[in-house]
Design a protein around this ligand. Structure first.
Ligand code: COA
Length: 160
């Protein structure tokens, strides 16, 4: 059984992430979507909230699991028995960072392969920061994130 891990901050999950997850499910038997605690980033939602939003958004996919990790992604990949790490590449600007990360992960664990998937081009400009900014100023985010995320963002940024 080929299992892969899809790590990220997911603050919050967007349709761009879900596009990558759908493509991964077509290629692998099991996909573990894993939320990074990432101390380097200040997040809007707690890890538990991010996990819950992912679970709700992905409930129709029975070969997808959602969890979280703290530490190195390669260690978590080993713990869950993954053969590879999925990452999305949206534009050339993603490349350098992703290239460094993939090579570092390969140095840390030569058995793990990073697999890059391209989301649909309509998600090229999308990221979680844009979604958070839009929601903060009461912009409509329903084209970019699942319903549960629209709801959670509205609760977080109540109009005063
Ligand atoms: N569609 C839309 N947006 C996407 C996307 C897609 N398909 N793929 C990525 N993004 C966006 C995210 O929303 C995020 O946006 P933001 O910065 O505005 O919040 C941004 O791209 C970065 O995405 P993410 O995939 O969450 O990467 P990250 O850099 O925050 O986290 C980890 C990457 C968690 C995999 C990495 O930090 C990690 O491995 N941490 C553990 C420590 C470790 O092992 N280090 C050694 C490796 S060098």
């Amino acid at each position: 059984m080929k299992k892969v891990i899809y790590p990220g901050t997911f603050d919050p999950v967007t349709f761009g992430h879900i596009d990558i997850i759908k493509r991964s499910v077509e290629l692998f038997d099991r996909v573990i979507v894993t939320v990074a605690k990432n101390p380097g980033k200040t997040s809007l939602f707690s890890v538990e909230e991010r996990v819950d939003m992912l679970k709700e958004s992905l409930k129709e996919y029975d070969r997808v699991e959602v969890d979280s990790f703290n530490g190195l992604v390669v260690e978590h990949a080993r713990e869950v028995g993954a053969v590879g790490i999925i990452r999305g590449l949206r534009a050339v600007s993603d490349f350098e960072y992703e290239f460094q990360m993939a090579l570092m992960n390969r140095k840390l664990d030569g058995e793990l392969t990073t697999i890059f998937l391209m989301p649909h081009e309509k998600f090229t400009y999308l990221n979680s920061t844009i979604v958070r900014n839009l929601a903060q100023f009461q912009g409509d985010v329903s084209d970019f994130v699942p319903e549960i995320v629209v709801k959670k963002l509205a609760e977080r940024f109540v109009k005063k």
